[in-house]
Design a protein around this ligand. Structure first.
Ligand code: G
Ligand code: G
Ligand code: MN
Ligand code: NA
Length: 250
């Protein structure tokens, strides 16, 4: 298809870009790290969402090539930050079925020179479920090298709390579906409170996603959530803008 050809071409010509969204400590809004988010603006097709082109690359078998250029760019940007902030990078489900994924990622980090201990990989429950044994091996290999693993979009999809016991995650990202409703909806508040308590007990870090205003930020802080992310703190911006962002926000 035209889209597939354009995407292949964009990967080869290094035209797929990476943007970065800050992840902050909720108590004082200090920036702790950034999540890398792929962005592709094609001259003919216009802006194409990663929600469209990531699944396409998976389906057509070139997610490795796409992910490799994105991680390389993201890691190079992370090296240029003035402090040792963490870099959080999304892995797709196909990558968690491929036994070469851990070594591919670690070799990119080695080549760029980014300490694996500064890197977090975001994975979803669905991805982990699809190929549990392989996924577990990939996760363990990465963790042994110091990479941390976040469970993304927590609370949506086919969530099972048992997953938190069967797999060793380091961090949980509470899906923005809960966050966007806490100001108006008591059940969402209770659910977040329970997730935070559970993560405390399991020694997992917690990030609330999709924080869009001050009220949400304060509620989450009061619920004991340590970290947050969302338009209220910053939208995804390009590499150059992360430097300006860090000058303006400690
Ligand atoms: O940034 P945005 O909301 O448009 O992202 C849409 C979806 O694409 C999200 O689910 C996000 O996790 C995913 N995504 C963004 N960048 C990447 C990437 O580099 N790799 C993978 N696998 N998924 C990504
Ligand atoms: O699936 P994942 O959580 O990786 O997707 C992250 C997506 O959420 C990104 O595409 C990002 O652009 C989007 N996002 C980040 N912060 C906010 C927010 O505050 N509100 C909304 N609606 N989307 C957000
Ligand atoms: Mn994510
Ligand atoms: Na998410």
């Amino acid at each position: 298809t035209q889209l597939e050809q354009a995407l292949r071409n964009a990967i080869i010509t290094d035209a797929v870009d990476v943007h970065f969204q800050p992840i902050v400590r909720l108590s004082d809004a200090t920036v702790l790290g950034f999540e890398a988010l792929a962005r592709w603006n094609d001259p003919d097709l216009g802006f194409v969402s990663p929600a469209v082109f990531v699944p396409l690359a998976e389906e057509r078998g070139f997610i490795d090539a796409l992910s490799e250029t994105l991680l390389r760019k993201a890691a190079q940007t992370a090296l240029s930050w003035p402090r040792e902030l963490f870099l959080s990078f999304n892995l797709s489900s196909a990558q968690l079925m491929d036994p070469t994924t851990a070594e591919n990622i670690l070799s990119i980090l080695r080549r760029v020179g980014l300490d694996p201990r500064r890197v977090e990989l975001e994975i979803t429950e669905t991805a982990v479920m699809t190929s549990a044994d392989t996924a577990q091996r990939i996760i363990s290999e990465l963790q042994q090298a110091g990479v941390r693993i976040s469970l993304d979009d927590f609370g949506t999809g086919q969530s099972s709390l048992g997953r938190l016991r069967d797999f060793s995650f380091d961090k949980v990202k509470i899906d923005r579906a809960f966050v966007s409703r806490i100001s108006t909806d008591r059940p969402s508040e209770h659910i977040i409170k329970a997730i935070v308590a559970m993560c405390d007990g399991l020694d997992l870090e917690v990030v609330a996603e999709g924080i869009e205003d001050k009220t949400e930020a304060e509620k989450l802080r009061n619920l004991g959530c340590a970290m947050g992310q969302g338009y209220f703190y910053g939208r995804p911006v390009d590499a150059a803008a992360t430097h300006r962002y860090l000058q303006e926000n400690y």
